[in-house]
Design a protein around this ligand. Sequence first.
Ligand SMILES: [Zn+2]
Length: 230
Amino acid sequence: MRFKKLTLALCLSGITFWPLSAKGETEEKEVVKKGKYTLTFVNQNPNLNEEVKAGLIKTFFKVYPKMVKDFNKEAITEVTVTIDTAYNGVAYAHNGKITIASQWLDKKPEDLDVITHEGMHLVQAYPGGSGPGWLTEGIADYVRYVYGVDNEGAGWSLPDFDPQHHYKNSYRITARFLLWINQRFDKDFVQRMDEKMRKKEYDESLWSLYTGKTLEELWDQYSIDPKVKI
Ligand SMILES: [Zn+2]
């Protein structure tokens, strides 16, 4: 049996740490408030680079309020970010919680905009069955591309079109397609699709409603002339 021990909270220059023993390990918890937003940063990795931690917090406060304003003003304002030492993937987000693999940050400490992509998932807050997963991920990467603070520093960019690509490939491949639609047809296209997904009103007919072309026709045109302004 494992016990969770709570020790006294220490206040250090306005920042609160609760060293606690969970799973026999120490977690550090820091609460940062700015305006109407509260970020609780839970760190399970005692060796986490302080610059990476500070960079993630700074990135969150720089991009999250903008994404809320532009996409979903009802989005959650209290967010918990956990740097997880047991998780083997990259990151995931749900219900006000973002989890980032500590191993990923060890490997890619420049990848601060992982919090931009995951933060967008909280802003999306799509209900179950709202629409295709590739579109959810494509929108999150489109937003990372547009709002990200240092994609270049992370070596992250939208890949050039390749005939092997398909819009269902998700993530950056779909993101580039969405950028192309925004540039060629409707600068609010991503915003409109995002809202429809959240309202559970997504339907394939929306592509032609907003662009005059079906999804397949758009992809065909994109494969012939995939240029975007980067
Ligand atoms: Zn995602």
